[in-house]
Write a protein that binds this ligand. Structure first.
Ligand SMILES: NC(=O)c1ccc[n+]([C@@H]2O[C@H](COP(=O)([O-])OP(=O)(O)OC[C@H]3O[C@@H](n4cnc5c(N)ncnc54)[C@H](O)[C@@H]3O)[C@@H](O)[C@H]2O)c1
Length: 359
């Protein structure tokens, strides 16, 4: 938006879709205007959770009403337990009862849980309805709201049902993070650190300095740009997009061992990144100086926990994952900060390396 230098527009274009991403402090205030210009329908259904709704739902509803929309909403209980097919079913029923058509709009107002659940409902209702993501956590702003992955958990595992469905619009306003509890903000920092290690070491340098609000905005924008660029090259996660999994392979095993509540996602990814660096050092690929650099950042954002599980149990949790379908795994390694690549490892060598690194 030229009229507001604080708002920047990025386009994420894939073979079948185009996502408009608006970024900047104060961008939320333009939600009604931007959506009013882009979408034909005049009904909007906003989905939020019980923590976010009291903070933002009436303001966001008003912004849409001022631009001629009729607004309805669903508020789901806050937390991962809402990321279910039951919630999706409840959303479908609400969409039907408010007579939402394909010309109308669904808005996900919340963190990754609301974004993933609402995204999946929008992807499948009437075979796809207009979707706008308004991410309210750091993790959702730098990661889950961009790139089109959406879905829900099953009792037998996280994210086992889902789709690739690019949101038509994403509105990222870093000012919305002001209400975020510090530990949830820090949790999202694990993903920002990840972007630094995989693609742009200047993010790490900024995080190492005295971070102010402008710098936080800068690192969020840079993270979004990196994700946008990667998704545009590989929407379906078959090649380069896999580098976004840096730290997540071992991190996911740690989350699983803790029943998905002992460690937060960010803490697990943080420890996963550390283990991945150590593994790369053992293979003679990763620069040794990456470990103190990462440790310093993890300490800063209170993400440096002790790993309390045994190395063999971590290897078992990783290798028994339902999503592993072959005898090799694409493991993401870092050579030097800003430079990542996919390293194919047999499951047997990965097991041996994990046991060696985490003993
Ligand atoms: N789709 C993807 O590409 C992708 C990527 C990474 C993670 N995820 C998913 O994202 C989910 C985690 O997302 P999350 O960390 O945002 O969790 P979340 O959505 O549960 O939000 C964390 C907590 O912060 C509260 N909250 C949100 N915004 C707030 C605000 N501005 N002020 C005050 N409180 C606020 C929420 O109510 C919740 O209690 C997981 O389900 C994960 O699988 C998806």
């Amino acid at each position: 938006m030229d009229s507001n230098p604080l708002t920047k527009k990025l386009i994420l274009k894939t073979a079948s879709s185009e996502s408009e991403i608006y970024f900047g402090r104060g961008t939320l205030l333009k939600a009604g205007l931007l959506c009013g210009t882009r979408f034909r329908g005049r009904r909007v259904h906003i989905v939020s959770d019980t923590n976010v709704a009291p903070l933002y739902l009436s303001q966001v509803s008003m912004l849409f009403e001022e631009n001629g929309f009729t607004v309805t909403s669903t508020v789901l209980p806050a937390g991962e337990t809402s990321k279910t097919l039951d919630s999706v079913h409840a959303l479908y029923e609400d969409f039907v009862s408010t007579t939402l058509t394909r010309a109308d709009l669904v808005v996900a107002l919340g963190g990754g849980v609301i974004g993933d659940t609402t995204g999946f409902a929008a992807a499948t209702y009437l075979r796809g309805i207009n979707l706008c993501q308004i991410p309210t956590t750091l993790l959702a702003q730098v990661d889950s709201s961009v790139g089109g992955k959406c879905g829900v958990d099953l009792k037998s595992g996280k994210n086992l049902v889902g789709a690739f469905y690019q949101p038509h619009m994403v509105l990222i306003d870093p000012d919305m993070l002001n209400s975020l509890p510090e530990h949830i903000f820090n949790d999202g920092m694990a993903e920002v650190i990840k972007y630094g290690f995989i693609a742009d070491k200047s993010i790490l340098e900024k995080l190492e300095s005295n971070l102010d609000n402008d710098m936080i905005s800068d690192v969020i924008l840079r993270s979004v740009e990196i994700k946008r660029d990667i998704v545009m090259q590989d929407e379906r996660d078959t090649s380069i997009r896999m580098i976004l999994n840096f730290g997540h392979t071992i991190g996911h095993a740690l989350e699983k061992l803790g029943g998905f509540h002992a460690l937060s996602h960010g803490q697990a990814v943080a420890l996963g990144m550390k283990a991945a660096l150590q593994l790369g050092i053992l293979l003679g690929i990763t620069e040794k100086s990456t470990i103190p650099q990462l440790n310093n950042l993890l300490d800063r954002f209170e993400l440096n926990q002790e790993i309390t599980y045994s190395a063999p149990s971590i290897a078992d949790a990783l290798l028994n994952d339902k999503k592993i379908l072959s005898s090799t795994i694409s493991f993401i390694l870092i050579k030097t900060p800003g430079e990542a690549f996919i390293h194919n490892l047999s499951l047997l060598s990965l097991r041996q390396l994990i046991v060696e690194v985490l003993k």
